[in-house]
Design a protein around this ligand. Structure first.
Ligand SMILES: NC(=O)C1=CN([C@@H]2O[C@H](COP(=O)(O)OP(=O)(O)OC[C@H]3O[C@@H](n4cnc5c(N)ncnc54)[C@H](O)[C@@H]3O)[C@@H](O)[C@H]2O)[C@@H](O)CC1
Ligand SMILES: [K+]
Length: 530
């Protein structure tokens, strides 16, 4: 599983690479710079637009100088600007400064006194001011340069990080961070790119595999992972030829109220389509005919007139998905509490069931171990209270799931799945999933998987991944707006088939050979290399 490494680990990986691969740091930087150059060259194809490179004086700036040299040697129109306000310069920055001079290019020094260079909106800006080494928020003159770049409307490509964005803590001054169109980041996905509050700093991003020491990375301990196809594929289980429906469990979907029977229908249909052997719904009487007519494969039990009150189901399910469209009326809340007091069956808890629990936190203790909760951020906030920033939110998520021995699926872009102190960020999906009923379908999918004896944690990983993938498949023929929750169910089959689609062969990254990048899909409409 791609690990999300910390800043400390990335520096250690650098050092381990230099030591174990017998490569100097300057050669490693050359390799990295060439990868970035190739990325740009593949897109510009020799186009004579103006490229303005802004370099700091650390190693991120060093990367910028390597990129500038290679672009220049390929005949591009490059202007290199060095932000020259401090006294510190890294060795490899200085070496690359000399190498640029050797091909006859003198970089422009922008000091605190000089005018800022003009940037046209037709220029391309390469931002190599700060990367991993950002130690404080950019201020004064450097902040002015950043604001100047942001105001230009030019296409900005950031190297490793949008300058001014911290890798591991929240931004406190939004005006001191580059707003990039795209970021080429090195070796590991960065936690900062997965947080909604940072979405304004880079529209899209991708990871360039720069060939850092594999052994170091293999042994590095982390509690944050990006969930990609390679890790999901082995979770999926093929069916045995002699299997029968009894092998695939019985899902019970509990929820619905007058006017909200659709939510249960979607969950039930999703559980069924995901492969649950049997599906029963337990709903108020007002939904009986709707369900019997709309999904003939599903069995129906009723309770209460317009909302649930007794939770007195008769079937013996393998798993229960509960809460969708259920409402939070006192009668329903009381029935749900009684149910929690006696229930021992694993649960997938969503929507109003989460809201009822939030209003009476003692109920959390009644949730069976290894149950799955699927809140969206607002529901999660009702459960755990407000957070300071997105980093704080993730820690709350990690602790909450661990403390209660449950799995929490915090929905959103890069849905985070928390289990035993670890976080898994989903890489599939797009804004098409921001549609009514999308969450109800996810609950149904996870319920249907648990019914088939997937461990609830595996069911959450596989379910979230497939749910996201359906929207990517949908965008082959539709647009975000027209994609609806039923389309998720319709595309489930395609999402599973996609797990086994052959990818084009991928070359290993090696600092001595500089032509490869590893590819995987991510972000809304860009490809991510990992
Ligand atoms: N980790 C890796 O795998 C590799 C990293 N490389 C590059 O090296 C970068 C890290 O280089 P460095 O450690 O030199 O760090 P940076 O180049 O990100 O910045 C460090 C310099 O900026 C100064 N600084 C930090 N915050 C400042 C602020 N707010 N105002 C003014 N000055 C500030 C520091 O004092 C230091 O001089 C990476 O981001 C990447 O671009 C690559 O060249 C090679 C491989
Ligand atoms: K940068």
């Amino acid at each position: 599983m791609p690990k999300i490494l910390s800043v400390k680990q990335l520096y250690e990986a650098d050092a381990a690479t230099v030591k174990n691969k017998n490569i100097s740091f300057i050669d490693l930087m050359e390799h990295v710079g060439i990868l970035c150059f190739e990325w740009i060259h593949a897109r510009l194809q020799g186009s004579q637009i103006n490229i303005q490179i802004f370099c700091g004086t650390g190693n991120n700036g060093g990367d910028g100088l390597v990129i500038a040299r290679h672009l220049k040697q390929y005949g591009y129109n490059v202007k290199t600007n060095i932000i020259n306000c401090g006294n510190e310069r890294s060795d490899v920055f200085l070496k690359n400064y000399d190498r640029l001079k050797e091909i006859g290019v003198w970089a422009d020094m922008i000091t605190c006194e000089t005018e800022l260079p003009e940037i046209s909106e037709n220029d391309m800006v390469v931002d190599a001011i700060f990367g991993l080494g950002l130690s404080r928020k950019p201020e004064n003159f450097i902040k002015k340069v950043i604001q100047h770049i942001n105001a230009s409307n030019a296409y900005v490509l950031s190297i490793d990080f949008p300058s001014g964005l911290f890798a591991e803590k929240a931004v406190t001054d939004k005006d001191s961070v580059i707003k990039a169109y795209h970021t080429l980041t090195f070796q590991s996905p960065k936690l900062a790119f997965l947080l909604p509050e940072n979405r304004i700093y880079t529209k899209t991003w991708e990871v360039l595999e720069i060939g850092l020491d594999k052994e170091y990375i293999y042994n590095a301990k982390t509690s944050n992972y990006l969930l990609v196809k390679e890790e999901i594929k082995p979770i999926y289980r093929f069916r045995d030829k002699f299997s029968h429906k009894g092998d695939f469990g019985h899902s019970l979907i509990i929820g619905g109220s007058f006017g909200k029977i659709g939510a249960v229908s979607l969950s039930a249909k999703a559980a069924l389509t995901m492969g649950s052997g049997l599906v029963t719904v337990h709903i108020p009487k007002c939904g009986y005919e709707i369900l019997q007519t709309s999904i003939p494969e599903v069995m129906v039990e009723v309770d209460g007139d317009n909302e649930l009150q007794n939770f007195n189901f008769e079937v013996l399910p393998s798993v229960i998905g509960v809460g969708m469209g259920m409402g939070t009326k006192t009668t329903t809340a009381n029935g749900f509490k009684k149910f929690l007091n006696t229930n021992k069956i694993p649960l997938v808890i969503d929507a109003d069931a989460i809201n009822i629990i939030s209003k009476n936190k003692k109920l959390i203790e009644l949730i069976p171990e290894n149950s799955v909760l699927t809140p969206h951020p607002k529901e999660f906030e009702r459960l755990v209270g407000k957070w300071k920033d997105d980093y704080d939110k993730l820690e709350k998520l990690r602790l909450f799931a661990k403390k209660h021995k449950i799995i929490v699926v915090l929905k959103g872009a890069f849905t985070a799945i928390a289990h035993e102190g670890e976080l898994y960020f989903n890489s599939t999906g797009n804004p098409a999933l921001a549609t009514a009923g999308s969450g109800d379908v996810l609950t149904g999918i996870i319920t249907g998987l648990i019914a088939q004896k997937y461990h609830p944690f595996e069911a959450a990983l596989l379910g979230v991944y497939l749910h996201g993938k359906t929207a990517e498949i949908g965008m082959e023929t539709e647009v975000y707006e027209t994609f609806v929750a039923s389309d998720i169910i319709k595309n489930l089959s395609g999402a599973i088939m996609d797990l086994f689609k052959k990818e084009p062969p991928i070359a290993e990254s090696n600092p001595e050979q500089t032509t490869d990048t590893k590819k995987t899909k991510n972000n809304d409409d860009e490809e991510m290399y990992i």
